[in-house]
Design a protein around this ligand. Structure first.
Ligand SMILES: [Zn+2]
Length: 325
């Protein structure tokens, strides 16, 4: 008997049903396609003061799992338009932030402020490229982006598990030196370009209307501060800021501050100790290799990510202080 006559009827039924199933799945897919395309992720944000929205980042080291989406980022809404404050750690997070803005207000985005060059604050820039918004940063930000850009793009797949191109590194069109006011319509943001501190291109944003200071990475809460600019400069900036009062301060990493300057004191204590201990070690002629094992170890256990950043901070402080008088 020819083989094909032996096909049992249930097999034919399964094949027919499978065909029907595939057809149904296809129909469903076509119906849902617009939703699949447009159901883009929306970043979660908290309104911390009227018109000020923050997405609170996770206290983690940037890696291929979190794709660098770790910083506090957000936006401020005026009567006329919106200012973004940092765009996130990857282009998708930038897009999710843009979706959060679109869900919150119909007002256009007029400014995208980058508080400094670090990847977790600027890698979402491309999401705002075609919004008509003007990019704003410290006068030294463009230089920092061009110096680090190629390295950042090259390392992004390995370190963050993402792919970046030149298009993702967008330098500021408005360069801030000293201070600058940005008018969002009945809401003037006061931007300050700081001397070298966390980096050499730190920008803070003050909203007089709500007495809120968006300090970004000039302030770390719980997450060990990382020095990439000037240790001495950072302490000088903290001294200036400490003498002022603010109702709300938004750090670059860690939770909302409403007891300024109290919550800043651990950062000041760590950076001050780093300065004093590195200075003393250099004076005694201790080599950097030996110093990293002892300097600042009393702070281990008090800060998250201590092991990720502390050695680098000591090294950076050595380079800065080695040649001082
Ligand atoms: Zn930073």
């Amino acid at each position: 008997m020819p083989y094909h006559f032996t096909s049992p009827p249930f097999l034919v039924a399964i094949i027919l049903n499978l065909g029907l199933l595939m057809k149904n799945v296809l129909v469903l897919f076509v119906i849902l396609l617009p939703q699949i395309i447009f159901a883009a992720p929306v970043l979660s944000v908290n309104q911390v003061a009227p018109g000020i929205y923050v997405h609170w980042g996770v206290q983690e080291f940037s890696d291929t799992k979190n794709h660098g989406a770790i910083a506090n980022i957000g936006f401020i809404v005026g009567q006329r338009c919106v200012a973004v404050v940092d765009t996130g750690g990857n282009p998708e997070q930038g897009m999710a932030l843009k979706n959060a803005i679109d869900n919150t207000t119909s007002k256009p985005i007029c400014y995208v402020i980058n508080t400094h060059v670090h990847p977790d604050h600027i890698y979402g820039n491309s999401a705002f490229k075609n919004t008509g918004a003007k990019f704003v940063g410290h006068e030294k930000l463009a230089r920092a982006m061009s110096v680090r850009g190629d390295y950042y793009i090259q390392k992004a797949p390995e370190l963050l598990g993402i792919t970046l191109t030149d298009e993702d590194i967008i330098p500021p069109e408005i360069a801030v030196s000293g201070e600058l006011d940005l008018d969002l319509g009945e809401r003037i943001l006061k931007l300050t370009a700081h001397p070298a501190a966390h980096t050499d291109n730190d920008l803070s944003v003050y909203d007089p209307q709500t007495d809120t200071l968006w300090l970004s990475d000039l302030l770390f809460i719980e997450h060990l501060p990382s020095v990439d600019g000037s240790l001495k400069g950072w302490l000088t900036e903290l001294d200036k800021l400490e003498s002022k009062s603010y109702k709300i301060v938004i750090p670059g990493h860690g939770s909302l501050v409403n007891d300024w300057p109290k919550s800043m004191m651990p950062e000041k204590a760590y950076l001050s100790a780093l300065l004093a201990e590195v200075r003393a070690a250099i004076k005694k002629g201790v080599f950097l290799e030996d110093a990293v094992a002892t300097i600042g170890v009393s702070f281990k256990g008090k800060w998250k990510l201590f092991d990720k950043f502390h050695r680098k901070n000591v090294t950076k402080a050595y380079a800065e202080l080695e040649w001082e008088d």
